[in-house]
Design a protein around this ligand. Structure first.
Ligand code: UTP
Length: 325
């Protein structure tokens, strides 16, 4: 079994953090988004992994090679961002006709990967959503087998959205379909879509089912990243008691972070080597080596090595006075 993780994208919706970091290395819940995925793969003993890299790909190589030496990583470069189908096509040289498990690099799944991969047929992770027009969707026949896949439908033909995990049994056939997609330049909304390659797979007779994934957390923009952070902390709150620091769980506070005279939480991540002094931080992610002083932060993202400094104020006001600071 080989895992394939596309991580080539620009992460435009997560600027300015993605000016210097690929999106999948942005911190959430105390470690990079990609780290959460790789931990789950290692747990399932899936260590043959192809990374499709592009924008800031060298940083991904360094991260994986340093933190996950047990992963037998292959890197392929997607030189143009032509879509997910094109990305997976780039990885064909590493597939060796093995079964493959494709996972989008910017999603976190609270799902049992082992159960998902024990399916006797190919299977796609799905979730029922109110508005499926932003996603690829699946239409099933009465036996629960996918009849049709449509990328970003303009009509509400199905509310079963593809969430970004795909287990494909017949990788050789998928390779043929990806080749056909690219050779015939089959595009939807201007992109070579994985959804369209999978439709070709269905047309060629591959039986594909769906599996409902309830825990599906997107990290694509600031709002969803903070919601994912909140979810991860709710599963695993990490902190040690510190003098003069009030902790309102759940939080993640790195052991080596310096935190003094502050209120941390709920839903706050304080990463490695951060310094937080005289501050109140809730529902926020403070990335490694950042410094926050005299500040009240809520719903905030502070990137690595960034510095936020507020001011303490001095007042001298008398009875019944009213001021707003
Ligand atoms: P997204 O479209 O969500 O990621 O693709 P993005 O393009 O980096 O983000 P925005 O839209 O600019 O904000 C989902 C995953 O698929 C990868 C991305 O890197 C991300 O992990 N991807 C997408 C590729 O590797 N290549 C592509 O051509 C498209």
């Amino acid at each position: 079994m080989r895992a394939v993780i596309p991580v080539a994208g620009f992460g435009t919706r997560l600027k300015p953090h993605t000016f210097s970091l690929p999106k999948v290395l942005v911190n959430v819940g105390g470690k990079p988004i990609l780290g959460h995925i790789l931990d789950k793969l290692v747990e399932e003993k899936i260590t043959d992994v192809t990374f499709i890299i592009g924008y800031l790909g060298e940083k991904i190589k360094v991260y994986v090679n340093t933190i996950y030496p047990q992963i037998n990583a292959e890197y392929v470069e997607q030189k143009e961002m032509l879509g997910l189908g094109h990305a997976i096509h780039t990885a064909i040289t590493t597939l060796n006709h093995e079964e493959i498990f494709i996972i989008l690099g910017d999603m976190i799944f609270d799902a049992d990967f082992r159960k998902f991969l024990q399916n006797p047929t190919s299977v796609l992770g799905v979730k029922e959503v109110d508005d499926a027009s932003k996603y690829g969707v699946a239409i099933l026949n009465e036996d629960g087998i996918i009849e049709k896949l449509v990328e970003k439908p303009s009509d509400p033909i199905s509310n079963l959205a593809l969430v970004g995990i795909y287990y494909i049994k017949d990788a050789k056939l998928l390779e043929d379909c990806l080749n056909e997609l690219v050779e015939k330049d089959i595009r939807t909304k201007g992109e070579l879509q994985l959804t369209d390659a999978l439709q070709l797979l269905i047309d060629k007779g591959e039986k594909i089912k769906t599996s409902k994934i309830e825990g599906w957390f997107d990290c694509g923009n600031q709002e969803t990243l903070l919601l994912t952070n909140k979810f991860l902390l709710s599963k695993n709150s990490v902190s040690t008691r510190r003098e003069n620091v009030v902790i309102i769980p759940p939080v993640f506070i790195a052991e080596n972070a310096k935190v003094e005279n502050s209120v941390i939480g709920p839903n706050a991540t304080i990463s490695d080597n951060c310094e937080v002094l005289n501050s109140n931080i809730k529902n926020s992610i403070i990335s490694s080596n950042a410094k926050v002083e005299n500040s009240l932060l809520e719903d905030s993202l502070v990137g690595p090595y960034a510095v936020v400094k507020g001011k303490t104020k001095k007042v001298n006001i008398g009875e019944s006075a009213e001021i707003e600071i």
